[in-house]
Ligand binder design. Structure first.
Ligand code: NAI
Length: 460
């Protein structure tokens, strides 16, 4: 249906298509999968709900899924991350997409709902952060008579309303949809945490593939992706001089490592906060001062990367210096206590940049209202690194759709030979040549010349 989409401006489609053409030249993994599986059509019959930042790179993922036979409907997983020209190009290509940069929370959950509305219902989910999965499971629990409780946030209130609306319009819809889903592939750390929680509580109703913990995802996208896109976001938002400034990065996991490297590369003096002694020691030995946030509130830039809540709290922000920049690159907006700033004076500078006056007269520059700033203030990670992530996504969708019955309702990681295959598909683009082990060398280190080259416990 040509009009089955909600985008900002369909006339942006040509611009989107031109950028998509460029992205294709930087996404060798996805293009190789089109080549390898195009004729075979392994996703024929798959009806995939996609809930993932609607960017140019995601457009290339969507067109790969379609090239492999899938029907796809798409929503963004964040209200600020859509690139309107990417959404327009995808709509123009005939894929139903519901995403506008700057959509309201109500629109966000309505658009997610719309992405489920295949005439025959969906049978697969491709998730980023777990909202699509949450929507179906929470709705099914409500249909089973469970009281969802009093919402604890504005967003939760919106979700409950959206669920009530769908239940009124289509009784039994959530339960039917949950039963039809053959599997979910999950993109990010935060979504993966949610899946393992469901598994632990015996509440995971279908198999799931944890794409995040493919080595070629978290050790590349989370790290090298943020290394490029964090500073990009801060610069586009503020044009501030980074060199010489003091920046505090909260968390030194994969995203924290990339973020600290990003700021250090721009000349900032970087401090790190950590709760995990291993990551704290890594930060120290990478040359960063490991500090307590409470003792470092005189810094210029504060970035949260933890996937945790209430990391930068109101009592911290009250102590910050005038014009300190505060932003988050973790998945959800609860890392910074933005709600506690609501009764302060806000001055909007431009889209996704606000200046907030604190009671002592100091002003803070808050990026993307505390939502992930590399996608809100810039355009997310470059295509090349997203190609590695999304090649894992496509392999996970093929695996779950074609061999789902071989999986239990648990969370799986793709086998190492596929992880190595994803990396191999990206080598020639960067001019890398791979050494070949002789059979004797391979036997000596206990592998085969074709790989896998590492045991499961190896950590990279
Ligand atoms: P991770 O688990 O590797 O790292 C998080 C680190 O934060 C851990 O080392 C943990 O010990 C630390 N931490 C937790 N609470 C803390 C606190 N209160 N103070 C200091 N440190 C604390 O997770 P990863 O992969 O680095 O992801 C972090 C977040 O970023 C997740 O929400 C993930 O979904 C998101 N993400 C965002 C991307 C983007 O492009 N914006 C890309 C990839 C992931």
């Amino acid at each position: 249906m040509a009009t089955d989409y909600i985008v900002k401006d369909i006339s942006l489609a040509d611009f989107g298509r031109k950028e998509l053409d460029i992205a294709e030249t930087e996404m060798p993994g996805l293009m190789a999968l089109r080549e390898e599986y195009g004729a075979q059509q392994p996703l024929k019959g798959a009806r995939i709900v996609g809930s993932l930042h609607m960017t140019i790179q995601t457009a290339c993922l969507i067109e790969t899924l379609v090239a492999l036979g899938a029907d796809v409907r798409w929503a963004s997983c964040n209200i600020f991350s859509t690139q309107d020209h990417a959404a327009a190009a995808i709509a123009q290509a005939g894929v139903p997409v519901f995403a506008i940069k700057g959509q309201s929370l109500e629109e966000h959950w309505d658009y997610l709902d719309k992405s489920f509305l295949f005439p025959e219902g969906p049978n697969m989910i491709l998730d980023d952060g777990g909202d699509a999965t949450l929507y179906v499971l929470l709705g099914a629990r409500a249909e089973a008579g469970e009281d969802l409780g009093v919402p604890t946030s504005e967003e939760e209130e919106v979700i409950h309303k959206q669920i009530a609306k769908r239940m009124a319009e289509s009784p039994g819809w959530f339960t039917k949809t949950r039963e039809a889903i053959m599997g979910v592939s999950e993109e990010t750390t935060t979504g993966v945490h949610r899946l393992y929680d469901l598994q632990k509580n015996g509440q995971l109703p279908f198999p799931a593939i944890n794409v995040n913990d493919s080595v070629t995802k978290s050790k590349f996208d989370n790290k090298y992706g943020c290394k490029e896109s964090l500073v990009d976001g801060i610069r586009r938002a503020t044009d501030t001089m980074m060199a010489g400034k003091v920046a505090v990065v909260c968390g030194y996991g994969d995203v924290g490592k990339g973020s600290a490297a990003s700021l250090a590369g721009a000349g900032a003096r970087v401090k790190v906060t950590e709760a995990d002694p291993i990551c704290a020691l890594q930060a120290a030995m990478d040359g960063f001062e490991v500090v307590l946030l409470e003792e470092s509130l005189d810094a210029d830039i504060f970035i949260t990367t933890t996937g945790n809540k209430d990391v930068i709290r109101i009592e911290h922000m009250r102590e910050m210096k005038d014009m300190a920049i505060v932003g988050n690159i973790g998945h959800f907006d609860n890392e910074i206590q933005v709600a506690s700033l609501k009764n302060h004076k806000w001055t909007n500078i431009k889209e996704q940049v606000d200046m907030i006056e604190m009671p002592n007269g100091n002003r803070l520059i808050l990026l993307s209202e505390g939502r992930l700033l590399n996608l809100g203030n810039a355009t997310g990670h470059p295509s090349f690194v997203m190609s590695a992530s999304f090649t894992n996504q496509v392999l996970a969708q093929i695996e779950l759709f074609t061999k789902g019955e071989q999986y239990n309702n648990e969370v799986y990681i793709l086998p190492k030979h596929l992880d190595e295959k994803v990396a191999a598909l990206h080598l020639s683009k960067v001019g890398a040549k791979l050494s070949k082990l002789t059979p004797e060398q391979a036997a000596y280190i206990g592998v085969t010349p074709e790989g896998p080259f590492k045991p499961e416990h190896y950590r990279y």
